[in-house]
Design a protein around this ligand. Structure first.
Ligand SMILES: [Mn+2]
Length: 321
């Protein structure tokens, strides 16, 4: 059990909850759950995400309160950052020291750069939602239906629907408690996995055409270009999760997906996935990113073509050694 006693006295105050860039279901679910906990404690929460929240999370009450900018002069007594192992993942408007109050980081990433005044880190937790349940219990908050749905979203999405090896008995016990408190398994599954916009599947078609297998089919790389996004007339955010198709190919041990990051095609964003013992976080770290052993990401300066080349070469190096 992790100790939240230093954080709890701030729950009835003015609090900033911050998501990481390109937030996922763990970050969003955890933040929305903390938002509800703070309200129940009589505090005033603001949830900040620089990037747009993907539509599929609209089933969570509280998501509509997430803002994408913060007034420069706004002062908070506490800031809580969830699901982030690196200060580079914070939004550009995340307040400076003088305005953010005490900074708590609640996270479960193994590879991380400490940046909080206090850090509550548990890498055995399959999702940050597991830690948020502990926070609610220690703060004497009864898990409401909202909180249960948000924590369920966090653990369900970060374990790929209870499939990844991070799924342990505590994940399922926590899940069972959330179901008892009103989480709805099909509502979440349908929202997260069964509500694809048609354009997403069209963009996937474009991306799958770029799929390249190397090193006897053990490494799979694919990319999305700005042209594809234009052709399909959609937002690049629709590509979240595409990497899983590359990883799902029989024999593939490492998969990566390259996307343009920013308007001018000068930077790329890369997602990595691996199966078994290949530590993709170490490769991501080489390029200034990080993550977990089997799921990581980074961003660096390169065109799509350069990025694909560089990454294939880095991974072939790993296989050689
Ligand atoms: Mn997470």
């Amino acid at each position: 059990m992790n100790d939240f006693s230093r954080l709890i006295p701030y729950l009835n105050k003015k609090v900033l909850i911050s998501l990481h860039r390109h937030p996922d279901g763990d970050a969003i679910g955890s933040a929305v759950a903390v938002n509800s906990i703070i309200k129940l404690k009589g505090g005033t929460p603001t949830i900040y995400s620089q990037d747009k929240i993907p539509e599929e999370f609209n089933f969570l009450e509280g998501v509509e309160q997430i803002v994408n900018s913060i007034d420069k002069n706004e002062h908070f007594e506490m800031s809580i950052v969830v699901d982030t192992g690196s200060p580079g993942q914070l939004g550009d408007q995340f307040p400076q020291k003088e305005n953010r109050g005490v900074l708590f980081v609640v996270d479960h990433h193994k590879t991380r750069i400490p940046f909080g005044d206090y850090e509550i880190i548990d890498s055995s937790a399959s999702a940050v939602g597991i830690l948020i349940e502990q926070l609610a219990n220690q703060a004497n908050i009864e898990i409401s239906e909202n909180i249960a749905k948000a924590i369920w979203c966090s653990i369900f999405s970060d374990t790929g629907g209870f499939r990844y090896s991070s799924t342990n008995s505590e994940t399922l016990k926590c899940g069972a408690r959330m179901l008892e408190k009103g989480a709805d398994s099909w509502e979440a599954a349908q929202a997260l996995y069964e509500s694809n916009p048609a354009k997403r599947i069209q963009l996937l078609g474009e991306a799958l055409r770029t799929l390249t297998l190397k090193h006897s089919g053990k490494i799979a790389g694919m990319y999305i270009s700005s042209d594809m996004v234009k052709r399909v007339e959609c937002e690049i955010d629709l590509s979240s999760g595409f990497i899983n198709y590359a990883r799902s190919i029989k024999g593939v041990e490492i998969a990566f997906l390259v996307r343009p990051d920013g308007e001018d095609d000068k930077y790329i964003r890369v997602s990595f996935r691996s199966i078994g013992n290949y530590p993709v976080d170490q490769v991501a770290q080489k390029f200034g990113g990080g993550g977990h052993k089997n799921a990581a990401g980074c961003r660096f300066k390169a065109t799509i073509d350069e990025g694909m080349d560089t990454l294939f070469r880095s991974f072939e190096e790993i296989f050689k050694n």
